[in-house]
Ligand binder design. Structure first.
Ligand code: HDE
Length: 713
């Protein structure tokens, strides 16, 4: 690809376009939607001062009508989300595999809009639900918009789009009482999962720490399906897309998740917003796993089966570029709520495979947008419009916001000189990959999709001991919330097919036994009349002992950038010790947040005033990554007077986080549960800030987990 000067004209274009409708309020007079100047928006028009309101009041009617229609249907899944703008830059020319401009031009900066979401909860549900996270990326490329609509887990629950409504109906609140909100821990979900064993792989990921991320900025993203890359010789390679967070993959514990939901239901949303406002732009590397077409059948699983991943140890991930999110939306509704992702938004050089889930999605998303946004013209909403001009003969429909010109709206025509004319391949036209198909029309599923147990088992085997314990805890919690014994028993049998020890741990927690025989789950490959034996889930295989890339124990632990440290202090704290700690944290890009007995300001030992970030009554330890207590007798005396400071220390310890204290600060530790664990390697008393930094960078000291359960909070 010829080098051209680095530019980001499409980025500027997109911003300009988004601002086109931006309402500048400064120094402006209030008007109606017709531009009429308004001098009272507080009182309706009445028949006398104490009289009834008049129907004539067009100002009232306009204001109220607009309000009455403020909501559009929330997304049926992924309703709860938040988003940010940014850009993608290619670092490795991939023209050997694809002709897509975004993957061949290393001088381009492609604008993106990324929406992260949970799946099951409603729009107002809390951020820390145990759930899969959506990771939807809209790339405004110079060849048209490409949507990579993925999740934070590399596989999906089901293999065929036909099962999607069943899956979602089972996990959503139960239809009779609409309980529970944003939670999979209930009978209908496990009734479905235990009878649909193709769900098990995604399900065990959902039981792992991946389902309770510390931050959107610390999640991986996956395109899930196998796609195709097409080069300029029309050659095809299979590809899987991976987003790898620069900050590594980190999670919170389930107990923290539950508490965070109460303390700050917007925890992830706020975290993303604040990081961008602070200039700490979230970044992900984009990776590709590429498989030559000739190797399609070389694996022990089917590349078209979306419940299977390709272990990175079998096909490495090639890093090709980086995405940076550097701008928050200006208006949540206009951008985050109205953004419409469609897996069918594709560009030349990328194409679909016959993954039956992907094929179904190609229908579903356009259909959803029609009902949510109400018109086929949803691409005219600024956040959805491409950065390249649109020319076609689709003219009318609700909310046509431009004024199409000319006499013709059909093709072919002579009246407008045949325009818009068709694009040639040499002009960058999209051309579907000419895959050879010679098949019967048949309603079934390939036998090659029938292995339901091998990859969940591989995932579990690949986890560190503490991660496995979290999985066992999650299954026990979730099944413990189910009320029907026959569903729990069936699930125990199913888990035993993945791993006997895991099932035994869960059974113990439930006070139940793993049943020896159950009516076998059937592979969903067949209809009611077919021979069910033929399609029972296949036998478990072991083609790889472990895939270290699947464990969060092998993620990055080299930075404390963007981590939040609670500093517990009161009037009279030692100015020097806070300064030394703050200097280290700021240098590393972490943030010290002052938590004091009251809001407003506090005075240090030199009588200088400091702004308090949170009064102790308004915050909780679960909202922070680590804890520091500076020196200062008066300060520590004041902290000891409020039991919540002790609770704060205990909880930080319980959740295996790093703790540092200087001088008198040690007294607070010694008044807490920590007193018997002062030798713990992530407890730093009068230590160098550098040592504290190292413990923080490890995210948690999981060795401490053996005593965690005895902490009285
Ligand atoms: Fe979606 N999905 N999905 N999904 N999905 C939607 O589209 C659907 C699937 C994903 O932030 C809906 O605009 C079907 C896989 C994300 O706006 C809906 C099937 C993956 C988002 C829909 C799937 C996803 C959605 C609801 C099975 C990971 C949120 C609102 C064939 C690769 C995008 C909307 C955003 C949203 C249907 C399976 C990811 C109903 C039928 C697999 C990240 O159309």
């Amino acid at each position: 690809m010829a080098k051209k000067k680095k530019q980001d004209s499409s980025d500027t274009k997109k911003i300009e376009q988004l601002k086109k409708d931006h309402w500048e309020m400064e120094n402006m007079t209030m008007t109606t939607n017709q531009g009429l100047k308004v001098n009272d928006t507080n009182n309706s028009l009445k028949a006398g001062e104490r009289g009834s309101t008049l129907l004539e009041d067009f100002l009232l009617r306009e204001k109220i009508t607009s309000f009455d229609h403020e909501r559009i249907p929330e997304r049926i899944v992924h309703a709860r989300g938040s988003a940010a703008h940014g850009y993608f830059e290619l670092t490795k020319d991939m023209s050997k595999y694809t002709k897509a401009g975004i993957f061949t031009d290393t001088n381009r900066r492609t604008p993106v809009f990324v929406r992260f979401s949970t799946v099951a909860g409603s729009k107002g549900s809390p951020d820390l639900a145990r759930d899969v996270r959506g990771f939807a990326v809209k790339l405004y490329t110079e060849e048209g918009t490409w949507d990579l609509v993925g999740n934070n887990m590399p596989i999906f629950f089901i293999q065929d789009a036909m099962k999607f409504p069943d899956l979602i109906h089972s996990v959503k609140p139960e239809p009779n009482n609409e309980i529970p909100q944003a939670a999979s821990a209930h009978d209908t979900f496990y009734d479905f999962v235990s009878r649909t064993t193709e769900t098990l792989h995604n399900h065990i990921w959902a039981m792992s720490d991946r389902a309770i991320p510390r931050s959107f900025r610390m999640m991986e993203g996956f395109g899930i399906h196998t796609f195709r890359l097409i080069n300029d010789k029309n050659e095809s390679h299979f590809v899987k897309f991976h987003w790898k967070p620069v900050l590594g993959v980190h999670s919170v514990t389930w107990e923290e998740a539950v508490k965070i939901n109460g303390a700050d239901a917007d925890f992830h949303r706020r975290d993303l917003w604040e990081a961008i406002e602070a200039g700490q732009y979230p970044e992900w590397e984009l990776g590709m796993q590429i498989v030559p077409d000739a190797d399609e059948h070389k694996f022990e699983f089917d590349l078209l089966d979306p419940t299977k991943l390709i272990p990175e140890e079998m096909v490495p991930v090639t890093i090709v570029g980086k995405m940076t999110l550097n701008r928050n939306p200006e208006n949540f509704f206009a951008e985050t709520e109205q953004v419409a992702f469609l897996p069918g938004h594709i560009v030349p050089g990328i194409d679909f495979t016959n993954d039956p889930l992907l094929q179904g999605r190609l229908f579903s998303y356009r259909d959803t947008q029609l009902s949510r946004l109400g018109t086929p013209n949803f691409h005219q909403i600024p956040i959805n419009s491409p950065v390249v001009p649109i020319h076609n003969n689709q003219r009318d429909g609700q909310m046509q916001t431009s004024i199409p010109k000319g006499q013709t709206a059909y093709f072919p025509n002579s009246l407008t000189g045949g325009c818009p004319h068709l694009a040639k391949m040499s002009e960058g036209a999209f051309h579907s990959y000419e895959e050879r198909i010679d098949a019967k029309k048949i309603r079934t599923r390939s036998e090659s999709f029938s292995d339901h147990f091998s990859q969940p088992a591989l995932f579990y085997r690949s986890l560190a001991a503490w991660e496995q314990e979290h999985v066992a805890g999650a299954y026990t919690f979730e099944l413990g919330k189910c009320t029907q014994d026959h569903i729990k028993e069936r699930m125990l049998w199913v888990i035993a097919q993945i791993d006997k020890d895991l099932a035994e741990k869960v059974a113990e927690g439930l006070g139940m036994k793993i049943p020896k025989n159950i009516e076998k789950p059937i592979n969903q490959a067949i209809g009611a009349d077919a021979d069910s034996k033929k399609h029972e889930p296949g036998a478990k295989k072991n083609y790889l002992d472990a895939s270290p890339a699947l464990s969060q124990a092998n993620t990055k632990f080299d930075s404390i950038a963007t981590r939040q440290v609670a500093v517990l202090l009161a009037d009279g704290f030692d100015a020097k010790s806070l300064k030394a700690m703050k200097t280290m944290l700021e240098k590393e890009g972490a943030m010290a947040k002052l938590v004091a007995p009251h809001g407003g300001t506090i005075k240090d030992s030199d009588k200088n005033e400091h702004k308090v970030d949170s009064a102790i009554m308004t915050t909780e330890s679960v909202l922070f990554d680590a804890l520091y207590i500076p020196d200062g007798k008066a300060s520590v005396d004041a902290l000891l007077k409020q039991a919540k400071f002790i609770k704060f220390v205990n909880e930080t310890f319980k959740h295996c986080k790093a703790i540092a204290a200087d001088g008198e600060g040690e007294r607070l530790l010694k008044s807490s549960f920590v007193k018997d664990h002062m030798k713990d390697k992530a407890i730093h008393v009068n230590d160098k800030p550098e040592a504290f930094k190292k413990s923080m960078a490890k995210h948690r000291n999981w060795e401490r987990r053996s005593v965690s359960d005895s902490v009285p909070v």
